[in-house]
Design a protein around this ligand. Structure first.
Ligand code: CA
Length: 274
């Protein structure tokens, strides 16, 4: 199978306080598929929900995207690019499977999970998400959040009731307005973004963003020599800051399109002056 020319690595860690890791991540390099899920629910339900989300998305993506035939889901918005409709459909399937399992097994009642799922190729990136796990883009030294949290505090920020700084200190941060598996039907946010040489994409759970300020995340993405170095550093920083929650970071770096030779060497030494 072909592999994408991206440098991809993910890491998840239980953190310093929790007993279980309810975060889960999945990568299918041949499809350019990246997934992070952050589960919730009593007993071990949070782990069950996030694992089900990741496994279902990997499995259905392989079925719909990995074969020779183009499989387009029925219904949905036909004006959208096929890949976005496929991703939206696949996340909705994961919702149904988690919801049905929660209904069938009393110990799993009420379980749910966030999810952020990305399909990336050298030209563009498609994203689908539910909840407060995020997708970031690091480009030209700047960090940009490409997803909007489905949380109570971020709703209040959007309505102008509180500021983003107040939201980051609120003790209501954990209340989600949408989660996968808690309702029979789910509204999935989808988006498409152009990919440029040198872009770094970060998928992460709130255990990273609540512990490590965005300027620090940006600096790590900018300075790390590889995706592996970036995720190791980000997870370590979340743990050093207290590791209050499970922490997950998944990084995909587009090829830089760097110049070779002496000029390229100089532009790498002095990236901003070149
Ligand atoms: Ca979390």
């Amino acid at each position: 199978m072909k592999r994408l020319p991206f440098d991809i690595e993910g890491k998840t860690d239980v953190g310093c306080v929790r007993e279980r890791n309810e975060d889960c991540l999945g990568i299918d390099s041949s499809l350019g598929l990246l997934v992070v899920a952050d589960g919730m629910g009593g007993h071990s339900s949070g782990e069950v929900a996030s694992r089900l989300a990741v496994d279902t998305i990997l499995e259905y993506s392989k079925k719909m995207l990995g074969g020779d035939k183009l499989i387009v889901p029925e219904g949905g918005d036909s004006s959208l690019p096929v890949r976005l409709r496929q991703l939206e459909y696949i996340v909705q399937v994961a919702n149904t499977i988690i919801f049905e399992k929660a209904r069938a097994f009393p110990k799993n009642h009420g379980m749910g999970t966030t999810v952020v799922a990305v399909l990336v190729d050298p030209k563009s990136l498609a994203v689908a998400h539910v909840g407060d796990s995020r997708l970031y883009l690091q480009r030209g030294g700047q960090l940009q959040q490409l997803t909007e949290d489905h949380s109570l505090v971020m709703d209040q920020v959007r309505q102008g009731v509180i500021t983003k700084e107040q939201a980051e200190k609120s003790n209501l941060q954990n209340i989600l307005t949408r989660a996968l598996g808690t309702e029979e039907k789910i509204q999935v946010d989808i988006g498409e973004h152009p990919v440029l040489p040198g872009d770094s994409y970060l998928l992460c759970s709130d255990g990273l963003t609540k512990m490590v300020p965005e300027p620090e995340i940006s600096r790590v993405l900018e300075e790390s020599a590889s995706a592996t170095a970036a995720v190791e550093k980000l997870v370590a920083m979340a743990c050093e800051a207290g590791g209050q929650d499970n922490v997950t970071a998944l990084v995909a770096r587009a090829p830089s399109g760097r110049q070779g030779g002496f000029k390229g060497f100089l532009s790498r030494l002095f990236p901003r002056s070149a």
